[in-house]
Design a protein around this ligand. Structure first.
Ligand code: SF4
Length: 397
């Protein structure tokens, strides 16, 4: 459960609960039951203000060591230029925890990342998300209520005792806490194989949340399981669309979630780029569909992709299947290599892109003025069990 303080109102809204939809439509409140959130409240500078860069720099300088700005790899360049560190969500949360002198952590990422930072930082530190509308569609695809229903079904099928939950970092604090309560672990796209190996030592089945593709790709490519060992639990169908028999037979129970960015790459994208760029090496993220991963030459997390391109030979040709802001930055950083985006259509993470320079300026200037906007706070009970699951990940062999 997360609470979000709404600037200007002094109010704190607690989830879960009924969403005041009428107010949400007017952009007057935070949808605390959703990763999507709503509009950032307050007076935003206009995007055309020519002084935005100078204003952000001045506010950051005025705050000094009190503020630490985190920039996710998929963030816009205009925001990344002010980040003290860049990285994936887990690295950023750890970086924030390593800077206890920073009172304010401004997280230029999405909602679940800010929650993770709040879980891992001290009570004194406040985590600010410059736009509450920066959510993650994948994290939104698994709610606490849906996952609790799924678990009830596993109990009814007589298999819950044999199931170990493994939740991807890209999940809400509630789902991380569920995982901790049920003896599971969190994983990232870098350590998903180690997480599954550990989980299959603890039990006979894994409930993988919320990204079906990362779960399937890791199970089949890295662990030698077959596609028939996997079933997909669809929270929008009665009983998840599965019979008790299917649950008993499965080794991997995959939650029906996906990334709306990586899920757009297709087998056609791979075939088309191989024709367009002869000799190209196709490198994709494991959140892509199974057939895309199977057709690619290399598969790995964002950190893996960055390292692979750092180590690549000058003159080599690459088609990259991950978020477009990162691919563009990598192409700029490696002018000696030909780096193209895997798909011809634009593929930004639209929610991550909600955090633009006006929102960053607004958040920093609010802090300078003594107001702490858009604070993301995970309640102590949720934090406790989410941390159990995160600590389990840190203890993976
Ligand atoms: S890229 Fe995909 S998983 Fe990452 S924040 Fe955006 S929607 Fe979520």
């Amino acid at each position: 459960m997360t609470t979000t303080s709404a600037p200007g109102t002094g109010a704190t809204f607690a989830e879960p609960g009924a969403t005041p939809l009428a107010l949400l439509l007017l952009g007057q409140e935070a949808d605390t039951g959703s990763e999507r959130g709503v509009d950032c409240p307050g007076e935003l500078p206009v995007a055309s203000d020519p002084d935005l860069v100078a204003r952000a720099a001045a506010a950051k300088a005025a705050l000094g060591d009190k503020v630490f700005i985190l920039g996710h790899h998929y963030q816009r360049d205009e925001v990344i230029q002010f980040a003290d560190v860049t990285g994936d969500s887990f690295k950023l949360a750890r970086d924030a925890a390593a800077r206890p002198e920073a009172e304010y952590i401004v997280f230029c990422g999405v909602h679940f990342m800010a929650e993770s930072a709040d879980i891992l930082t001290t009570e004194r530190q406040q985590v600010v998300l410059p736009d509450l509308a920066a959510g993650c569609s994948m994290a939104d695809m698994a709610t606490a209520e849906q996952v609790a229903e799924c678990w009830d079904q596993l109990v009814d099928a007589g298999v819950a005792d044999t199931v170990v939950p493994v939740a991807y970092m890209n999940s809400s604090a509630d789902i991380k806490a569920f995982t901790g309560r049920h003896g599971g672990t969190i994983c990232t796209s870098s350590n998903a194989k180690r997480a599954l190996e550990w989980a299959f030592e603890q039990g006979q089945k894994v409930l993988f949340l919320p990204d079906q593709h990362l779960g399937r790709n890791t199970a089949v490519r890295d662990m030698g399981l077959s596609l028939d060992d996997c079933v997909v639990y669809n929270p929008h169908k009665p009983n998840g669309g599965l019979t008790a028999e299917q649950l008993r037979a499965a080794k991997m129970i995959l939650w029906r979630g996906h990334c709306s960015v990586h899920g757009r790459f297709s087998l056609d994208s791979v075939n088309e780029v191989r024709e367009r760029v002869p000799g190209v090496t196709v490198l994709v993220h494991p959140e892509c569909k199974h057939e895309v991963v199977e057709a690619a030459d290399m598969v790995g997390s964002t950190e893996y992709i960055i390292k692979a391109l750092d180590a690549a030979e000058p003159g080599s040709k690459w088609a990259i299947g991950t978020e477009l802001n990162l691919v563009r930055r990598l192409a700029k950083a490696h002018p000696d290599k030909e780096i193209v985006f895997l798909d011809r259509t634009v593929c930004f993470c639209s929610t991550m892109n909600r955090i633009d320079l006006p929102h960053l300026v607004w958040a920093l200037e609010s802090l300078v003025d003594g107001r702490v906007p858009n604070v993301i706070t995970v309640d102590p009970e949720t934090e406790k069990f989410a941390k159990v699951a995160l600590d389990q990940m840190l203890a993976l062999p």
